[in-house]
Design a protein around this ligand. Structure first.
Ligand code: CU
Length: 218
C-alpha cells in the first residue's frame, strides 16, 4: 500500500515538474566567421518571439568611452531601454548618431561626465564621435529580449542568462519554431530556422562571411 502511494506521489511530482520545463528551452551555439579576425561581438537574435512587458526602470545599459573607443562595440538592448554614455577618458568626446532609428547629438562633454539616451524604436543605431573619427560602435534596439552577443570564441546562449537576470525574467524559451539571425556591421547576416522542443537545449552552428549585414527586421 505504502509503495503504491509512493508511486502515485512520484508520478504526480513528475507531472508537476515537466510542464514547468516546457517553457525552459535554450538555444546555444557557435558562429564561425570567414574574413574577420575574431568571431566576437556578433549579435545573435530571434527575429520573432514572444515579447514580455518589461520593467526597464532598473535595468541599466552602458556604452562606455574608454581609451578612445566605445565599449562594448556592439550593444543590443530591448526597445524602450535607456543607455548611459559615461566618459572615462582624459579627453572630451562628442557622441552622436545620424541613424534613422535614433538621431541625437550629446555635444562635447568632459571626462567623468555621463549622458543618457532612451531608445524607443527598434533598429540599428550607429554611434560616432565628432572629436575622434575612428570611434564607431552600434546599439541594436531589439523587439524582444531573446538576443545575445558572441564571446571571443564565437559562442552564444539565448536566452542570455545575465540579461534575463538583469531584466528580472526567469523563463526560458517556449517550444516552437524560431528564426535565429546574426548581425555585425562587417558580416552578411545569416538566418536559420530552428525548432526548440519542450525540454530542449538546442545547439546551432552559423557560418558567416564578410559583406553588408542589412536591416535587423524585415
Ligand atoms: Cu571621441
Amino acid at each position: 500500500m505504502r509503495r503504491c502511494i509512493n508511486r502515485i506521489l512520484l508520478v504526480m511530482a513528475l507531472l508537476l515538474y515537466f510542464p514547468m520545463q516546457a517553457a525552459a528551452g535554450t538555444i546555444t551555439g557557435v558562429v564561425k566567421v570567414n574574413g574577420l579576425r575574431s568571431p566576437a561581438d556578433i549579435l545573435v537574435f530571434l527575429t520573432h518571439a514572444p515579447a514580455p512587458v518589461l520593467d526597464l526602470s532598473r535595468a541599466h545599459f552602458v556604452m562606455d568611452q574608454r581609451n578612445l573607443t566605445f565599449l562594448p562595440h556592439i550593444l543590443p538592448i530591448p526597445v524602450g531601454a535607456t543607455v548611459d554614455f559615461p566618459n572615462h577618458d582624459q579627453v572630451a568626446h562628442n557622441v552622436f548618431s545620424l541613424s534613422r532609428t535614433k538621431k541625437f547629438n550629446l555635444g562635447s562633454y568632459k571626462p567623468g561626465m555621463s549622458k543618457s539616451v532612451r531608445f524607443d524604436k527598434p533598429g540599428i543605431v550607429e554611434l560616432r564621435c565628432d572629436v575622434h573619427a575612428e570611434m564607431r560602435a552600434y546599439i541594436l534596439v531589439m523587439k524582444n529580449p531573446y538576443f545575445a552577443v558572441t564571446d571571443a570564441r564565437g559562442r552564444f546562449e539565448i536566452p542570455d542568462p545575465a540579461l534575463f537576470q538583469k531584466l528580472g525574467l526567469t523563463k526560458g524559451l517556449a517550444a516552437g519554431k524560431y528564426a535565429v539571425k546574426t548581425w555585425h556591421e562587417k558580416l552578411k547576416s545569416k538566418k536559420q530556422v530552428v525548432t526548440v522542443s519542450a525540454q530542449g537545449a538546442l545547439s546551432v552552428q552559423l557560418a558567416v562571411k564578410r559583406g553588408r549585414p542589412g536591416v535587423l527586421y524585415k
